[in-house]
Design a protein around this ligand. Structure first.
Ligand code: C2E
Ligand code: MG
Ligand code: MG
Ligand code: MG
Length: 280
């Protein structure tokens, strides 16, 4: 690295790399404190059924609002949290917040059938089932109102232990959705054996679904296969009305994307539920 470039005292750091390292250290130190300092917040993005036009659920997406760094993307801090052993604490915070929020919406008479949370591979360890059960009991939420989103790579590469945990969770009535489906490497044969209930069709297939015959064909094939296997489909990341009509035409069960609603704070979601003509 820069240190070894010469014997003189002038270090020729790549400033970007240096910034990155500094930021990463600062971010990590701060992430450790973020939960206690109440800097994490859970946002919710509606998932809408194309059969009933009603909200079928919401996906919980964590946000980190740091007083100095501002709003940091989970795409940045979730990998860091995984690396530094902080993901379990964050996962627990999201689970607890989301289930509590569900009870609050219930009290307000809002119909949110289920909440989906993203689960990292590192969380799927012995003890996870107990933690989930404890949270469900704490808030008196039926297990069928909780969906866990797990990426394809986790399902394919992780061993017997992970499968047993997922099977145990499904046995309780919790549902499992494969996140970002289609960009991983699961074979069709594997898919049949996995303990899953739904496929979330990756946004990359949705982006050009309205004007690319091949993307349309892929989504069509996914939906057909899912139906044959008894799995629900959720199209991810729909931004335009054109994409939405293609998704409807191909008979995906549900859709989630900016065209219907961005991830929102719980308060914003309540307002969205009251004012959105699509879903009432
Ligand atoms: P994901 O689970 O695939 O979530 C979907 C991402 O797509 C979200 O990004 C969402 O805001 C974004 N999105 C939804 N609709 C649209 C759209 O129409 N257009 C565009 N451009 N984007 C859309 P977000 O919230 O930044 O989260 C990124 C990723 O971070 C998530 O991808 C998930 O993998 C991870 N993540 C978020 N929250 C958690 C969490 O609580 N735990 C774990 N383990 N991972 C999380
Ligand atoms: Mg997800
Ligand atoms: Mg996804
Ligand atoms: Mg993703």
């Amino acid at each position: 690295h820069a240190k070894h470039l010469g014997g003189n005292r002038i270090c020729i750091y790549s400033s970007d790399l240096n910034d990155y390292a500094q930021d990463t250290i600062a971010l990590e130190t701060n992430l450790r404190l973020a939960i206690d300092r109440n800097e994490l917040e859970v946002y919710y993005q509606p998932q809408v059924s194309l059969i009933s036009s009603k909200v079928s659920g919401v996906e919980a997406l964590v946000r980190w609002n740091h007083p100095h760094f501002g709003l940091t993307s989970p795409q940045v801090f979730i990998p860091l949290a995984e690396e530094r052993g902080l993901i379990q604490a964050i996962g627990h915070f999201v689970l607890d917040s989301a289930l509590q929020q569900l009870t609050l919406w219930d009290k307000d008479g809002m119909v949110i059938p289920k909440v989906a949370i993203n689960v990292s591979a590192l969380e799927l360890k012995p003890g996870y089932v107990d933690a989930i059960q404890a949270a469900l009991t704490k808030y008196q939420i039926r297990p069928s109102r909780l969906e866990l989103e797990i990426t394809e790579s986790v399902l394919v590469s992780d061993g017997v232990e992970t499968m047993q945990i997922l099977e145990h969770l499904r046995g309780l009535g919790i549902t499992i959705a494969v996140d970002d489906f289609g960009v991983g490497y699961s074979s069709l044969g594997q898919l049949r054996r996995l303990p899953i209930d739904a496929l979330k069709v990756d946004k990359s297939f949705i982006d050009n679904i309205h004007n690319d015959a091949e993307d349309e064909a892929i989504v069509n094939a996914i939906v057909t296969m899912a139906r044959a296997l008894g799995l629900r489909t959720i199209a991810e990341g729909a931004e335009t009305d054109q994409q939405l009509s293609s998704i409807e035409k191909l008979e995906c069960d549900c859709v989630q994307g900016y065209v219907l609603g961005k991830p929102m704070s719980s308060t914003e979601l309540s307002k969205w539920m009251n004012f959105n003509p699509v879903v009432n």
